[in-house]
Design a protein around this ligand. Sequence first.
Ligand code: ADP
Ligand code: MG
Length: 340
Amino acid sequence: MILSLASLSKTFGTTKAVDDVSLTIPEGEFLTIVGPSGSGKSTLVRLLAGLETPSGGDLFLREARITDTPANKRPTAMVFQSLALFDHRSVGQNIEFAMKMKGVPALARRARAMELLQLVRLPAEYYSRSVTQCSGGERQRVALARAFASDPEILFFDEPLSAIDYRLRKTLEVELKELHQRTGRTFVYITHSLEEAMVMSDRIAIMQDGRIIQTGTPAQIYGAPANRFVASFMGEVNILTVENKGDGQAAFVEIGQPIAKPGGAYAMVRPEALAQGAGDISAQLTVTQRLMLGSRTQVHLSSETGAILISEIPGTAPDLLIGSTHSFSFATQDIAWMET
Ligand code: ADP
Ligand code: MG
């Protein structure tokens, strides 16, 4: 374990921004902390980076207690959403800034900056270019190179891609994942996008109201969300309520279909698991909307009780016209059960 959080807390007045968080982070892991705005992600990562002092709990780097160690004495670096680049300086000056502060000689700084440009896949001639002449993606890479300048053991990222448009973000997600693989460093990444977390991470921690409510691999979070909050955070999923009828009998409230002995009060069924035709649990559903998603079609379906379910079907689904009624079903093995 490179980093251990033991009951870490941070209170601002009456707000518990980080509330009793315990977590261990193995060396070389890409861990992403995901949560909605205001859930305490930035405060947590600032505590880890030493930019904020905890109100309670402890932090360990390997075996050493670093709870009170200032940021500049920790072998860590941080990349912010704003990137915080110096706009009036060149790419090289930006990358070399911390080295210069530490008194590293000019030649050694330049050699290191060249290595770092290569690491983040920027051409050597960018060294003397002004950062104002760089595109959004290039600025991102300059910020990464600068973060790597001190050869940190742990890199913290606070939503560095949130302000970037969709296509570039997708490219940079893959680049970050590759950078993680190439360097073997520990990455702790913050985002409000579970989709982004799924693409890059070895492990995901879900944060809600200052607490970590679930940790797991992307597959574990996707397949078995801990509760409705996590499930609904994953985008468009069907969350069905189960009504107990006694004697081991129950029914889905939304579609009236009976089931035997459910594992929880709520069932999540992914749009791709709700398919046309017969299956374990089936219902007659009427198409209320259809949206082309490129390789698949999303249809919104109304049940007899008026509940709306979402299905995603490969191809163009030409028969699923608005207003038409069809038999849809899902398999019991595709249900993820939740108590709350
Ligand atoms: P996130 O990054 O997930 O959006 P933050 O960590 O920024 O969440 O904020 C968590 C909570 O702590 C919010 O309610 C926020 O208003 C509060 N908070 C954060 N920083 C401060 C501060 N410096 N002073 C007072 N309240 C703060
Ligand atoms: Mg934040």
